[in-house]
Design a protein around this ligand. Sequence first.
Ligand SMILES: C[S@@+](CC[C@H](N)C(=O)[O-])C[C@H]1O[C@@H](n2cnc3c(N)ncnc32)[C@H](O)[C@@H]1O
Length: 137
Amino acid sequence: MSWVPVDGYTFIDLGCGKGRMLLMAAELGFRNIVGVEFSPHLARIARNNLASMGVDAGVVTGDAAEFAFPDDPMIVFMYNPFGALVMGKVMAKLAVHQHPVFVVYVNPKHESTFPASFIRIARFQDWAVWRKDAIAP
Ligand SMILES: C[S@@+](CC[C@H](N)C(=O)[O-])C[C@H]1O[C@@H](n2cnc3c(N)ncnc32)[C@H](O)[C@@H]1O
């Protein structure tokens, strides 16, 4: 993912499933990695997968719309995990995040919910990347 920064950024997978992208994030060099997963069953599998690979990452069981984002610059990854309603809530929260945010969205069906502060910086066949700058204090 050469078009997003790694150093100093927290990687978050909203709808992390069994933790596939969390493992990849560790390989890419992210040091702070968090998954959010609605299904307790999948969240448990993700924790087991991370532990078996020796990857230090947190998995939060819950709804991404209710997730309290860390006070960090972030890469937010989403593999088309939810519909427009949840996406709208998530993006509204990210729009007021104080730090820079990059959104990597695979199969971006609900990009119309993205606030104008998110600028698309790359588009590929079935995924794209958006960036929002820090908000001045
Ligand atoms: C297509 S899978 C992607 C899994 C993983 N990110 C990957 O790339 O392999 C989408 C996941 O989002 C989860 N999900 C759906 N709605 C959610 C919500 N509101 N909050 C958190 N996770 C959700 C589903 O349970 C599912 O595991």
